[in-house]
Design a protein around this ligand. Structure first.
Ligand code: UDX
Length: 456
């Protein structure tokens, strides 16, 4: 098949690369010349494991091309995929201005029948709008509009696309249906064929449900803390019920990223303008934000009456999740300003997201390793569940720290192991490990340098 993908952001680039990998001929278009040059040179503008190998391989075998020229890219294509951004408006609704201008441009260049497929997450009814925008430009030329929302996750985007567990084909004609079935044949996946509105809705419903699962388990965690229960075990028990499923029951500091926060907001707005006020999803959002505040309170509590003023906090992890440099709606962007607002000094380390984080967090310092971040720090705070942190050597961590306080927003360590090592360890939804007697007193009330000497 010959496919044109408009927009080389996460969704567009990953889809384009994967379509070419399974044998389709793909031309990706973007108006950003610099980005296109970079892509032609085999460099990915996004951090995504495995993407550059496929970029190089499929350009070499001529199944994948990049251009800034939409007309030329559309020329031979029977399918045009719209994958441009839909940022949030101030009221949380999805901004469709990029979609509109691309749809009109597609209309301008339409010289033969094509199916125009939307992969961007768009409110229900956008397919109809796209149809009108194209029609206004191309007059009587025949075309179909379809919806094929994307469910990929950042950090595992290539894997998710190559092994997609389902594809939603929102179509209005047999021709469009046949083409989209052919597009997905090499992926050997479950196809759900629907109308446009249902396909568009399914993306919002899926994301809002996953966000709900996360906020739900976070609330369970908060009750567990009050009652000395362990949320990770509770989640394990829940997850073994196939009606619930084990995924997305990881308690922590709430969800971030480019999708959940934006899509839940847009879903609420969409309901409102359709005449129905969603009740669960707004609460999901509230719980999500409260969860960040709770971690800051845990850090404050660790220092007792001294509070956080003047304390050196080593923050490990800035990205909203591991294997990405994406800082969009990252919990770190809420938590770190709360810490500095309480007088703490923050030195942060993230394996890949520091460059992306600088502009959001101008008042902190960055370290080139977790060891450097932890050096002489009064506490460590874990905000992203990078493998590197999960596997860190606790003896080494003890050697670096001035006082042995770990506030873990991602439940990376076994509390009993932390106890054995002598840490004060507070995580999410599990019993807090406190240091008894004199050792705890010394953490709370004495200068940290002094305290370190005392412990070793
Ligand atoms: C999500 C959806 O998973 C994907 O289907 C959709 O297309 C886009 O949005 P993504 O934002 O890349 O993907 O990341 P995801 O892995 O879903 O994680 C989202 C956030 O939830 C992260 O901040 C993560 O840390 C958090 N999370 C996830 C939890 O706090 N607990 C969990 O159990 C799972």
């Amino acid at each position: 098949m010959n496919i044109c993908v408009v927009g080389t952001g996460y969704v567009g680039l990953v889809s384009g690369v994967c379509f070419s990998e399974v044998g389709h001929h793909v031309t990706c278009v973007d108006q950003d010349e610099h980005k296109i040059k970079q892509l032609i040179a085999g460099r990915s503008p996004i951090y995504e494991p495995g993407i550059e190998e496929l970029l190089v391989k499929n350009q070499k075998n001529r199944r994948l091309r990049f251009t800034t020229n939409l007309k030329e890219a559309m020329d031979k294509a029977n399918l045009v995929v719209i994958a441009v951004g839909t940022p949030a408006n101030e009221d949380g609704s999805a901004n469709l201005s990029f979609i509109e201008s691309v749809a009109k441009e597609i209309g301008d260049h339409l010289t033969s029948y094509k199916v125009i497929v939307t992969k961007s997450t768009v409110p229900v009814g956008t397919g109809e709008k796209i149809k009108n925008w194209i029609q206004e430009q191309c007059g009587k030329m025949a075309f179909d509009v379809a919806s094929n929302p994307e469910f990929l996750r950042e950090g595992t985007a290539i894997y998710d696309t190559m092994h997609m567990e389902r594809a939603v084909l929102g179509v209005e004609s047999e021709k469009a249906k046949e083409l989209l079935i052919e597009l997905h044949k090499p992926f050997n996946t479950n196809l759900v064929i629907t109308d446009l509105a249902t396909a568009e809705m399914s993306k919002y419903a899926a994301n809002a449900f996953l966000a709900t699962k996360i906020s739900f388990i976070n609330e369970v965690a908060n009750v567990c803390e009050q009652l000395d229960a362990d949320v990770t075990k509770v989640a394990e028990v829940m997850g073994l019920d196939p009606r619930i499923g084990s995924a997305f029951l990881g308690a922590g500091i709430g969800y971030g990223g480019s999708c959940f926060p934006k899509d839940t907001q847009a879903f609420i707005q969409m309901g409102q303008s359709a005449g129905y006020s969603l009740k669960i999803v707004p609460e999901v959002e509230k719980v999500n934000f409260e969860q960040r505040k709770r971690l800051v309170m845990k850090a404050k509590q660790a220092f007792g009456v001294e509070g956080l003023r003047g304390k050196q906090i080593a923050v490990l992890g800035l990205a909203f999740k591991p294997n990405t440099d994406d800082m969009r709606a990252a919990p770190a962007r809420d938590i770190i300003p709360m810490l500095t607002g309480l007088g703490a000094e923050v030195r942060a380390y993230d394996p890949v997201a520091m460059q992306a984080a600088v502009s959001y967090l101008p008042h902190i310092t960055f370290a080139s390793s977790w060891q450097e971040a932890a050096r002489d720090a009064d506490a460590v705070m874990i905000l992203t569940d990078w493998k590197e942190f999960k596997e860190l050597n606790l003896n080494e961590l003890k050697d670096e720290l001035a006082s042995l306080i770990v506030i873990d927003g991602r439940n990376l360590f076994d509390p009993q192991l932390m106890k054995h090592h002598g840490f004060y360890y507070d995580s999410v939804g599990r019993a807090k490990i406190e240091i008894e007697g004199e050792r705890y007193e010394s953490i709370t009330y004495r200068g940290s340098r002094l305290h370190r000497q005392k412990l070793s």
